[in-house]
Design a binder for this molecule. Sequence first.
Ligand SMILES: [Zn+2]
Length: 412
Amino acid sequence: MSMIDLNPYRRIEDDLQQLAQYTEEPTRKGVTRRLYSPQWAAAQRHLVQLMRGEGLNPWVDAVGNVHGRIEGRSRHTILTGSHFDTVRGGGAYDGVYGVVAGIFALSQIKKRCRVPEKSLEVVAFCEEEGSRFPMTCLGSRAILGAWQPEEVARLVDDQGTSLFEAMQMNGLDWRSMGEANRSDYEAYIELHVEQGPELEDAQCAIGVVSEIFGQERWLVSVRGDSAHAGTTPLARRQDALVAASAMVLAINTLGYRYEPIGIATVGILEVIHGSINCVPGHVQFSVDFRAAQDSVRQRLADEIRHAIEDEAKRYGVRVNISPKTVAQAVPMHESLRNTIGERARAIGLSQMPIASRAGHDAQIIAQALPTAMIFVPSAQGLSHHPDEYTHRQHLMNGSVVLESTLEKLANG
Ligand SMILES: [Zn+2]
């Protein structure tokens, strides 16, 4: 602990409160800061100023990610950071905590050892949540060059503005997007609030992430027969909503069976052309399911499919399952995990391995670079919620572990 001066870290909470003011819906509780909105642009300028103030020579890349850097003796670069966009009505910690803590970690290292062996960089990714355009992790995909021009060209928000137009309004040119791609990164460490209750329940200060859950999303269409709500006897109905309800319960039961290595949720349920005096003929619902390993996710997928088909048979309805997105489970890099664990131990903080059931930029970057994540507790496990909160002490703990890990990786 003696190596590290905690005082500068007291500022992190204040900086997070300041950044929380940049919200598109000031009358609504929480933070709404979606990609390329005016409030997003204001937060971007704020981060540039913050990095400049800490002597990190900031710049904005071709998609709007903000970078700051300490030049080491070698060009090989250790990267840290997270995203600064939010969901609608989100909190003040998700994403931006890892950015602010990364800025302070680099600033402290710069003050202590003027030129590290390897270079260190902090990045504020422009977008991770997919809350404006139907695509996630644009910022981290861009630095890896892991995006398809045709896919990005199709993206339009719910107001009909295309991604390319939104970029243009922020002085960015989509034709230059490829310039965000970098090849000098050697490792990535992301600090993030947990977004679940495990660390708080265990009264543990630091979570060393073991893997990020794989995730699959389906859209299920259930078709029965629309009929008169008064004159059609119950036994003769093909009620799509009753069938769908049985499917939702069956999926929930499977979720319980797989937890904690898997989980399943129906988040959207819609009666198509529903009417108060009609037996529902057509229902659509979503399924989101996740698992620590791809083999477990595959098993869970099979069981969900069977459960849906069984209920369809029982209620005499037809179903169509359309898989929408798949993300593979991603294990975190073992030696980086060990380094984080050692640093936490050296500082005297409790720690435990923890799986991330939420997606992160680290999930994208781990496909190209050795990657690890550090979690700190979220009060009551709340996240993507206006009441998201992490205590100042936890914020400082995570920042200090991040700093110590980065310094170790940069200097060996
Ligand atoms: Zn996040």
